[in-house]
Ligand binder design. Sequence first.
Ligand code: EPU
Length: 426
Amino acid sequence: MDKLVISGGRPGRGEITISGSKNAALPIMAASLLTEEGLRLRNVPDLADIRSMKSLLAQHGVVIEPVVSDGSEDAGAFDFTVARITSTTAPYDIVRKMRASVLVLGPLLAREGQASVSLPGGCAIGTRPIDLHLTGFERLGAKIELRDGYVYAAAPNGLTGSEIVFPSISVGATENLMMAASLAAGETQLINAAREPEVVDLAHCLKAMGAEIEGAGTDRIRIRGKARLHGGEHRIIPDRIEAGTYAMAAAITDGELELLDARASDLLFVIETLESCGVSVTPTNRGLHVKRANGRLCATDIETQEFPGFPTDLQAQFMALMTTAEGVSTIEERIFENRFMHVPELARMGAQIITEGACATVTGCEKLRGAPVMATDLRASVSLVLAGLVADGQTELNRVYHLDRGYERLEEKLGACGAEIERVPA
Ligand code: EPU
């Protein structure tokens, strides 16, 4: 397995272009299953999870071709066309690698009247059940059976619109139901829906395909189902989590970065939090400019929440930032029950962190020390990169494949801003 070797202590200075959002691209790619016409997507990031989704879609019959203009391929632009669905089963081998595979269930069920998806199983950050997806499909008239490790969903006469009240907020369930309801007969209301920018981006794409959707971005989404959707074109939004991660890279190294294409509107609470730690984040005409306002960072408390609150996907990175801040910070993880795997690894680098249940107390220290570390989750891994960038000496990050799932060319982007970071192939 590849590893990253980081020599800490260099401030990150320069510009980083933010890639297309992984978590917006994954459901939007699955939405291509809803029509027999072509869907052209732009700004699709080149990541391991995106490649897994491409292989899953290919085995459902989706033909994926790079867009070529003037004789060369447009980076990140692909045509997804599925004239005929060749399989309605998402097999264990792909689902176990990437939980977002469950997002094909809604589109397949809506278009073909049946679908089966392997149950995703355990996950490094929590149990992550899919009950909210399944009860939602039942409300649309589907019969759901769990057998041999698979979910079998059937609606031979099609889905029927309904009111779905989510007992708790789920990004994936909101997306899956919004896709399915786009082809259901009549109107569906999703109540207590997720408000994440990725949900809004999916709604924009579905609307470009002819869907009628109102209220995406609020907790009540109304979808008037159509007999069919058509092809369309859509550009994936920039990745707010990648942008937030590099904002913290600028802050932790006492550097100065301009994050090209980053959108302040997707990061309002994160920006407010960074500002209260002594980081200045200023919108520019190209994105966001980030640097420390003055001197050392100061500790601030956070708790993770659904959008527009502080995102769980930036909790580990923020904890890395707090390890070198002045004072004591309390970090509460309220979305996933087991998302502190970075804590013992950060501690090996000298961080002072005590956890109690869903709460971590971080006492800032003057200096972290480089060490060999590893993590079992994408965001935990990148938090160790941030710590490595500021630590004394060398940090060796193992299991880099977690990073490759969600950060496009990370070592190249940071390296171009002065970081000493090298990938050592296995
Ligand atoms: N949940 C249930 N039942 C369900 C669905 C969710 O109990 O049927 C629980 C989950 O276990 C969790 C909470 O509800 O405790 C929120 O889960 P949600 O469904 O919102 O998460 P998700 O859709 O599975 C997406 C992102 C995650 C991100 C979360 C929360 C994608 C592909 N993944 O997951 O991203 O952390 O929303 O914002 O969009 C990552 O990129 O590193 C990542 C994990």
